[in-house]
Design a protein around this ligand. Structure first.
Ligand code: NI
Length: 135
C-alpha cells in the first residue's frame, strides 16, 4: 500500500471552479487523482525541457494579470535580461485585467528555458506555453 500525504493548497475560486468543471467533463471521480495527474504532466514537461540542448526557434505564449502589483515591470525586466534570445514580442490586451504576450525566441535551448521559467514562476502569470523547434 502506497503512503499518502495530505497537503493543503490554495486556489483562486475561479480556477477551482474551472478545474472542477474540467475534471467532471473528463470523467474523473476524484479531484485528487486529477491534480496528481496534472502534477505528473507538469514534472514531465519540465524534465523534457531541461534535457533539450542546442539551438532552437519558437514561441513562448504567456497570459498574465497586468493588475498584479509590480508584475508588468518584473516581466519587462526579465525580458530585457534575456534579450539575446528574444526576436520580438506581441502584446494583446485580452480584457481589462488580462494580457497575452507571444514572444518569438531564437537561441540556445537552455537560455530560452531560463527565460520561460523566470516568467512562468511570477505571481500573476496564469499560463505559459513554450513551443520550440530545431531550426
Ligand atoms: Ni495588455
Amino acid at each position: 500500500m502506497t503512503n499518502i500525504i495530505r497537503v493543503g493548497v490554495t486556489f483562486p475560486p475561479e480556477l477551482l471552479e474551472d478545474l472542477d468543471k474540467t475534471i467532471e467533463k473528463m470523467g474523473y471521480d476524484s479531484r485528487s487523482k486529477a491534480i496528481q495527474d496534472a502534477v505528473r504532466e507538469f514534472i514531465l514537461e519540465h524534465k523534457q525541457l531541461r534535457e533539450e540542448v542546442g539551438s532552437r526557434v519558437g514561441v513562448l505564449m504567456m497570459i498574465y494579470n497586468h493588475t498584479v502589483k509590480g508584475l508588468q515591470k518584473a516581466l519587462t525586466d526579465i525580458q530585457h535580461e534575456h534579450g539575446s534570445v528574444i526576436c520580438s514580442t506581441m502584446h494583446i490586451h485580452l480584457s481589462k485585467r488580462d494580457c497575452l504576450e507571444a514572444i518569438a525566441v531564437r537561441g540556445e535551448a537552455i537560455e530560452i528555458r531560463k527565460l520561460a521559467e523566470e516568467l512562468k514562476t511570477k505571481r500573476g502569470v496564469k499560463l505559459t506555453k513554450l513551443m520550440l523547434a530545431a531550426p
